[in-house]
Design a binder for this molecule. Structure first.
Ligand SMILES: *Cc1c(COP(=O)(O)O)cnc(C)c1O
Length: 354
């Protein structure tokens, strides 16, 4: 590659690379461990068969029916004109950077947070600015405001619940950011469905905040990571801006129908979310009982520590057939919430590894 006339700003970069290893228990990328039920698999098959006969034609470029379904799912009075969908929320974030970032512009996020925000930012030619969360992985409004006033970024990323810490932000922090941010404010709510009772969503702040973008995904709670559908809710003018940068026909007819079928089965899919939340809370309790430090989690994963040599612990757990994630602050590890059997395997592997 070094011989190629690649862009100077890409030289020396590493691609995104969470290990995809073939091990019995995979708890490293926050996937939903429950595959679609036989009933849903059958419905997905029927839906795909129905569009298959029309695959000689381009799909609905604006994914109108899917956006209606997503708006209904979101509630909060959100309309289809306020929703946009793409191939994963990563593509949503890329489109946001293409429309609102670019050379000469900046995006700011609060570390530790989702590694794809800086990666997508830089690939779009936008400068990335690191700001920092509090010691307990929360974000005090004053700290956030100070960082924004210092750097005046064109785009601010807030992740709530945050990855890899699981921490949610209070609405006051998001409102404080909206009040001072000179540009767009993106609240990444990939894990929204897993938040604990009483934890608010930034969707409630959409009215009156035309520069707020709330992103969601079907990869986690909806157990559709393989489908690649992410979406956002924002003022309709934001979507007009994204239409300028999206590729024509970016969401395939197969993707659109699979996503709509999954949404029609939301009762079943979100039932599993309840199970995962209970399993998450039990995991936090168990880890604390074992004497670990554990970040409060509103997501389907838990960040725990501290380890002088986390690589050794990660490897020890992996040697026992359980893949977790070496990510986030240096002394911590992240484990996704799986089935009860997978969590039992994780607990046993961790104890044995130590
Ligand atoms: C998993 C995750 C996403 C989802 O990405 P997709 O492209 O929709 O699969 C987005 N944001 C955060 C913070 C995540 O952890």
């Amino acid at each position: 590659m070094s011989d190629l006339p690649i862009r100077d700003d890409l030289r020396g970069r590493e691609p995104y690379g969470a290990p995809q290893l073939d091990v019995p228990v995979r708890l490293n990328t926050n996937e939903n461990p429950y595959p679609p039920s036989p009933r849903l698999v059958e419905a997905l098959g029927r839906a795909v068969a129905e569009v298959a006969g029309g695959l000689n034609r381009y799909p609905d470029r604006d994914a109108v029916e899917l956006r209606k379904d997503l708006a209904d799912y979101l509630g909060h009075g959100v309309t289809a004109q306020q929703v946009w969908a793409a191939n994963g929320s990563n593509e949503i974030i890329q489109q946001i950077l293409q429309a609102f970032g670019g050379p000469g512009r900046t995006a700011l996020g609060f570390e530790p947070s989702y590694s794809m925000h800086p990666i997508i930012t830089r690939v779009s030619g936008t400068e990335w600015i690191d700001a920092y969360r509090d010691e307990d992985f929360g974000l005090e409004a004053e700290r956030a405001v100070a960082a924004i006033e210092e750097h005046r970024p064109d785009i601010v990323f807030l992740t709530s619940p945050n990855n890899p810490t699981g921490t949610s932000l209070p609405l006051e922090a998001i409102e404080a950011v909206l009040a001072v941010a000179p540009g767009m404010v993106v609240v990444d709510e990939a894990y929204a469905e897993f938040r604990r009772q009483g934890t608010p969503s930034a969707l409630s702040l959409l009215p009156g905040n035309p520069r707020l973008i709330v992103t969601r995904t079907m990869s986690k709670a909806f157990a559709m990571a393989g489908t690649r559908v992410g979406y956002l809710a924002a003022d309709p003018a934001v979507i007009d801006a994204l239409l300028l940068v999206r590729l024509p026909y970016h969401l395939s007819a197969v993707t659109q129908t699979v996503a709509r079928t999954a949404i029609a089965y939301q009762g079943e899919l979100l039932g599993a979310v309840e199970t995962l939340r209970a399993e998450r809370d039990a995991l936090v309790g168990w880890l604390r009982g074992e004497g670990f430090e554990v970040a409060d989690s509103d997501a389907n994963f838990v960040l725990f520590g501290r380890f002088a040599d986390r690589r050794a612990v990660w490897q020890g757990v992996l040697d026992r057939g359980v893949l977790i994630r070496e990510v986030g602050p240096p002394e911590w590890l992240r484990v996704s919430v799986g089935t009860p059997e997978e969590m039992a395997a994780f607990r046993a592997a961790l104890k044995a590894a130590l």
